[in-house]
Design a protein around this ligand. Sequence first.
Ligand code: XMP
Length: 509
Amino acid sequence: MPEKILILDFGSQYTQLIARRVRELNVYCEIYPYNNVPALTADVKGVILSGSPCSVRDAEHPTINLDQYLGKLPVLGVCYGAQLIAHESKGEVTPSTIREYGRARLSELHNANRLMKELTPGSVVWMSHGDTIKEVPDNFEIIASTETVRVAAYKLRDQETYGIQFHPEVTHSDEGKTLLRNFVVHICECQQDWTSDQFVDATVADLKQQLDNDKVVLGLSGGVDSSVAAMLIHHAIGKNLFCIFVDNGLLRKDEFENVLDSYKHMGLNVKGVDAKAKFYEALAGLTDPEAKRKAIGRVFIEVFDEEAHKIEDVKWLAQGTIYPDVIESLSVKGPSATIKSHHNVGGLPDFMKLKVVEPLKTLFKDEVRLVGKTLHIDDAILGRHPFPGPGLAIRIMGDITPEKVNVLQQVDHIFISNLKKSGLYDDVWQAGAILTPLQSVGVMGDERTYENVVALRAVSSIDGMTADWSRLPYEFLADVSNEIINKVKGVNRVVYDISSKPPATIEWE
Ligand code: XMP
């Protein structure tokens, strides 16, 4: 087991960011909701208490038994976490008299204190709190202030317990990373040996032991997560990993063939299954986006189940679940309401009764990419934009026909290959084209046309939760539009989507 930092989540929007920053220091950490924390083990080197939208002054405020941590190992309270320690130690937490939100500058820094080492006076920190710590007990030493917040950071004199009123995890805090390094490296004495090389070695060794000679089935999607999960397991058990890659007829142009080829080159034992007809049949006449999603989910499960049954004696189902999915399902707020039913199905098919192996479940997305690089997975797979499971079906508004899929594939291909050619692909988080049900009048030569309108969508984003439309150069858009209208029969107008999320979503359906 690698040494680790525990992060107790009290519901702050920034909790995941704390974990990201700690991991960037090559130190492993895990997030747990404050009310569901496992007992301490010897590999835990320190604890961070997160922020929270709650107030310690509320009767029902979230709390924990601090005695199990304070004085026993290093603890860092961030914002609410700091207020909680102060409050439980009989300090005084009061509502802020002025709004403390945004940038502030540190002053009266105690650089001799290990948490404040190498921080510079005047350093900008990010404040976001409605309460402030007004008084601290005698055994607290104030180690930094700001112009308006006297207790910006404190230490308990007789133990390695610290509190900070600001958020070191957000990039607006100039030296936040230095502070976190001071805590995890100098105070908790973590070794900083959590690297992707080390992860690959340890995970492959664990998988060998866990899976032994068992057979494992895995559904590949062409995306980063399933590909990296497959390669890790492949390194552990080779041909006993059976990969299934389904052509649902809703992939990008030539994607099925190209990706299948890459997988074979990577040495994976992969079977490509052409199930286009089944998907088109199930989608025929469906126009409601949710109905389309459900039909696709249902057929996928049927196809996958049928294929999995062909593998004799299979014991495990491998999945590319990543850490944000795990945190989400455990989070303080509980699984967030599903706005779109990604894979809604009734009844449990046989393969879902297999034991589940999820080798990426402790990794964030960018860490999955690093592991993929360590495993020498093709950049074309690792750098790929996200692509929704229901594929082009939710980019064709209205009912789906193979002809419409063909038109959209051509449009999408022109857009994406031009993004790649002009070096813009990696600047965009996700891009694609939408086939609208609208027809518009045009002229081509001497003739009037009455053909489809397609929309192009390209967005910048961090995680798809929020997004902004990409400011692609006009010249680029002009070239792409020309090429589409000239080459794709059935399209005579191209528009560019300039909506951000929220309030719009990335996909149109
Ligand atoms: P929205 O449209 O909700 O998309 O802003 C956010 C991200 O989720 C992807 N997406 C899906 N992925 N099944 C998926 O696997 C779906 O039904 C689905 N709907 C949206 C979308 O492509 C974007 O990356």
